[in-house]
Design a protein around this ligand. Structure first.
Ligand code: UDP
Ligand code: MG
Length: 315
């Protein structure tokens, strides 16, 4: 198998047919040896039936039906577990990621790269709030992350099997694939494109999902928030100490002290500081424990025509 295309789908009934036609055409130009893997992530509309209909007429179409909505990153992970290709493409179903760009990305791969991702030059048809929060998030993450995560890129990319194998073996439960792929290394580059608007239907990424996703990215690749708590603790304790000196000075040198003020302020600040330091430390341990104890499978497969057995992975 030369190429695997991974397409997570969540309520995409309006886009499936069009996407299939464009994608099939594009990938056929690369090779005749490919598979299109649709992962149905708990769609409430007719998506699953449409995908199954495609699979019935076109043997290159594979599908994995998850038992419920597990979220975009997990759906992609299910595709990564099942794919057989030497090169693997991840693409959205709503045609915001233009299939034609895969040709350009594949060309770059031929120059010896292991990952070629698509960087958004412009984004069309998205709300101002989304544009702003996305911009802010990518920049914040770039500042605090322990690995260099490229700005303004989604998961639209092509990867060598070598990278996919490492990705599959990575045990984290809270997936942040674009960060993990940066962390893996090898030779990576990008092509630029203008992101068009959604072809049909509505976004499946609610603000709640985006927020959780952003937190996954930050906690997977940065300890900055935990350190922040400790630092705040030290700063507050420092302020408490200064307040203590000031209070003593006021009482014994200036003789103008307000009764009770000093003891209350100093103890409140000092205790607050100690509590924040402790919280920071507890957080350090907790984050390490919680990421290791959850041995649940990442997803549950309801039915599939791929060869993967039900959760071959047990991370
Ligand atoms: N998606 C998914 N599960 C979800 C949400 C989205 O599989 O819970 C899929 C969706 O069908 C699409 C891709 O992930 O193929 C990107 O989602 P969407 O276009 O809704 O996100 P946006 O482009 O608005 O960030
Ligand atoms: Mg989209």
């Amino acid at each position: 198998m030369k190429y695997s295309i991974i397409i997570p789908v969540f309520n995409e009934e309006e886009n499936i047919q069009k996407l299939f036609e464009r994608l099939f055409q594009v990938v056929s130009r690369l090779s005749s040896d490919f598979e299109l893997i649709f992962i149905n992530d708990g769609s409430k509309d007719n998506t699953l039936q449409l995908v199954k209909d495609l699979a019935a007429t076109e043997p290159k179409v594979k599908y994995i039906n998850l038992s419920r909505n597990f979220g975009h990153q997990i759906a992609v992970s299910a595709g990564l577990d099942a794919c057989l290709g030497q090169r693997v493409v991840i693409i959205d179903a709503d045609l915001q990621d233009p299939p034609e760009l895969v040709l350009e990305m594949d060309q770059k791969m031929n120059e010896g790269y292991h990952v070629v991702f698509a960087r958004r030059r412009k984004r069309k048809g998205e709300s101002l709030a989304k544009l702003l929060t996305a911009r802010l998030f990518y920049r914040l993450l770039a500042r605090i992350a322990s690995v260099e995560i490229p700005l303004d890129t989604g998961d639209f990319r092509i990867m060598d099997k070598k990278v996919v194998d490492v990705l599959r073996a990575m045990p984290e439960q809270n997936k942040f694939l674009r960060g993990q792929i940066s962390w893996i290394g090898f030779k990576q580059t990008y092509v630029e494109y203008d992101r068009s608007e959604r072809q049909g239907g509505k976004t499946g990424y609610t603000y709640g999902k985006m927020f959780r996703f952003a937190l996954d990215g930050i906690t997977s690749f940065s300890d900055a928030p935990l350190r922040l708590a400790s630092w705040m603790g030290f700063v507050v304790s420092g302020v408490a100490f200064i307040a203590l000196i000031y209070a003593l000075w006021g009482k014994y040198v200036m003789h103008n002290s307000e009764p009770g003020w000093a003891s209350i302020i100093v103890s409140v600040l000092f205790l607050g500081g100690i509590q924040l330091i402790s919280l920071g430390f507890i957080g350090e341990y907790l984050s390490r424990i919680s990421s290791n104890v959850k041995q649940r499978p990442l997803y549950i497969v309801d039915e599939t025509n791929t060869e993967t057995k039900n959760q071959s992975l047990n991370h």
